[in-house]
Structures are given as C-alpha cells and as structure tokens.
Design a protein around this ligand. Structure first.
Ligand code: NAP
Length: 309
C-alpha cells in the first residue's frame, strides 16, 4: 500500500512552495508534485523588485532557489511527474501521475496560469529582454522609453494605461479596429494623452541579439509590412503582451468548481470539495503576483492542518 501523505501540493511555483513551507513547518507529511521545473512563471522574470524583502538584483530563479532551499529544510518531499487524472472525492484523494499514483488526505492545487504568447519568431528569446507579460513586474524598467502593448481586452488596455506612468508613450497594438475592453475602460484610454493606437496590426517578428531592438509589424487589412526600430538614443523599447491567459486546470475540469478555467475558492482557499484547496494564479482572483500567490499558499497549508485536525 503506498504512503498516504497529509498534504499533496500540485505545482512548485511561489504558491506551492509557500504551502510546502508552511505544511513542512507544521510537521505534516508533504509531497510536492511538479511537472518540469520549480518556480512556475517567475523563473522567466529577470529582476524582481516588488516582492517584499527582495534584494537589489534579485531574479526569479534566485528567489525560487531560496524558496526551494527553505522547503527542503522543513522536510517536504518532491517528485517530478505530470498529473494526468485526479480523484478528489472521499477521505483519501488519489493523484495519478504519468509515472506513479500518489495518495493524500488533503490536496492543494497550485498549478498556475501562463500568459498566452504571440507565437512569433524572437518572442521566446527576447522574453525578459524587452518582451514582458507583466506590467507590474517590469514597467519600471521602461521609464521614459517607448512601450508597445499587444491586445485589445480589459487586461491590455488597463495595463497599457498603467504603463503610461513609465513610458514616454504607450502604443496599443490590436489585431482589429475596435477594442474588446469594457467601454468605461476604453473611454479612459482614449482620453489619456500618452496613449496611441495601432489598429488592425499584428507583430510578425521581434528582433535583437541580447535585447529587443526592432520588430516587424503587419497591417492585416492592407497587408503592409514594416519594421519599427528602437529610438537610437534608447537602444531598446518594451513590448508587453496581454492576449489572455491559459489556466493550467484541464485535469481538474468537472472535479472542482471553476469559472473560465480558474478554480473558485473562498478566502480560506477552500474549493467546493472538502480537503481540496487551491492557491495562487489558478484561483479566481484580482491580483496575480508572487506575493499574493505565496500568501495563498500559506493560508491553504494552514487550512489543511485545520482540516486534518
Ligand atoms: P481577453 O478579454 O480574452 O482579451 C484578449 C485580447 O487579446 C483580445 O482583444 C483579443 O483580440 C486579443 N488576442 C487574442 N489572441 C491574440 C493573438 N494571437 N494575437 C493578437 N491579439 C490577440 O483577455 P484579458 O484582457 O486578459 O481578460 C480576461 C478576462 O478577465 C476577461 O473576461 C476580462 O473582462 C477580465 N478582466 C477584467 C478586468 C476588469 O474588469 N477590470 C481586468 C482584466 C481582465 P480580439 O478582441 O480580436 O479577440
């Protein structure tokens, strides 16, 4: 008979690692299941300056390494496996991985959500070097530079307006000639003197050796293709992509309550299934940041302890 853990945590980003730290400190037998690599989205972040206490030069990988060391110190076990199915009803929850099956009395789902990429050449290589998916994280780095934002939904327009605090100007690049964002948000954007709009346009390629220096854009109506170069004095510019997110929740469909692929919890991170909690970006929530993910993880672990008690 395989071991029955007190807590199984699925996902080793900031939410999962904070949960593992709290569960480990509470002397709960804890297993963390991670698909490929610790850290989640934050490992693609070059510099973190909005996590309390992060020292100057703190990067996503360096912060995650500290979190992992802390988790190891408090005794959580870890496996690298891909969860393919779950049985969450009942007192013992069964998590089926592609390599093995795991059993736990409680489960914390911390699988996160990934920003959708444009999918054009150069995007992957220049992420963190001009291309970003988080205005709150990276807006500061583009103080008085040109900034481009891709997308036409609420996120793109709101984040573009936030970025006008930093950029010389912010140009919203949208593939159609009208925004999807709520009218009230649109009105504010059109009234903002630092906002410009590039309609019917998509980015075809992002270029630069070590930093973003130019991009190729195409007008989808006229077919015109042109290259936009960085202002020579700046040498670079920012491209922020907000074209939606993919919550990593497919395997939990039909097993817990969700809204648009995000798991619904109360403020104690409880889902509708007793003993099953969710933490971090996978939850329905208003601010998806490292600090809020870590807080969710801590709350979820404490609630597991209460549930087990
Ligand atoms: P969204 O509403 O799905 O908008 C995605 C935008 O990206 C759309 O304008 C879409 O264009 C564009 N897009 C999609 N794929 C693209 C591609 N491959 N290339 C170029 N453009 C592409 O996503 P979201 O803005 O992240 O919002 C997600 C949900 O959260 C929405 O329900 C939104 O209302 C909500 N939200 C609410 C608030 C708020 O109320 N304050 C703030 C943020 C988000 P098309 O329009 O042509 O499809």
């Amino acid at each position: 008979m395989s071991k029955v853990y007190d807590v199984i945590i699925i996902g080793a980003g900031p939410a999962g690692l904070a949960a593992a730290l709290y569960a480990g400190r509470a002397r709960l037998s804890t297993l963390v299941i991670e698909k490929i690599k610790d850290g989640g989205q934050i490992v693609i972040t070059d510099e973190i300056e909005n996590y309390p206490g992060a020292v100057e030069g703190e990067s996503g990988p360096s912060l995650i390494k500290k979190m992992v060391d802390q988790v190891n110190h408090f005794g959580a076990e870890k496996v690298f496996d891909t969860v393919v199915d779950v049985e969450l009803e009942g007192d013992i929850k069964v998590i089926k991985g592609s390599k093995a099956e795991y059993q736990g009395k409680t489960v914390i789902i911390a699988t996160g959500a990934s920003p959708k990429p444009i999918g054009c050449p150069g995007e992957k290589e220049l992420t963190g070097k001009g291309v970003s998916y988080c205005a709150t994280c990276d807006g500061n780095f583009f103080e008085d530079f040109d900034i481009y934002v891709v997308g036409g939904g609420d996120s793109a327009v709101e984040e573009a307006m936030y970025l006008t605090k930093f950029g010389r100007k912010v140009t919203l690049i949208h593939r159609r000639n009208e925004l999807r964002a709520a009218k009230s948000i649109q009105e504010k954007a059109f009234a903002n003197p630092k906002m410009e709009f590039m309609w019917d346009t998509v980015i075809e390629e992002l270029k630069g050796d070590d930093i973003l220096t130019s991009m190729v854009v195409k007008n989808v109506k006229t077919g015109e293709v042109r290259e936009i170069e960085a202002n020579p004095e700046d040498g670079t510019f920012g491209v922020f992509v907000f074209i939606g997110y993919d919550p990593q929740s497919k395997v939990f469909e039909g097993k817990v309550n969700m809204e648009h692929g995000y798991i619904v919890t109360d403020e104690d991170m409880k889902t509708n299934i007793p003993g099953v909690f969710a933490a971090g970006d996978i939850r329905v929530k208003s601010l998806r940041q490292v600090v809020t993910a870590a807080a969710d993880g801590a709350i979820a672990a404490v609630q597991c302890e209460k549930y087990l008690g």
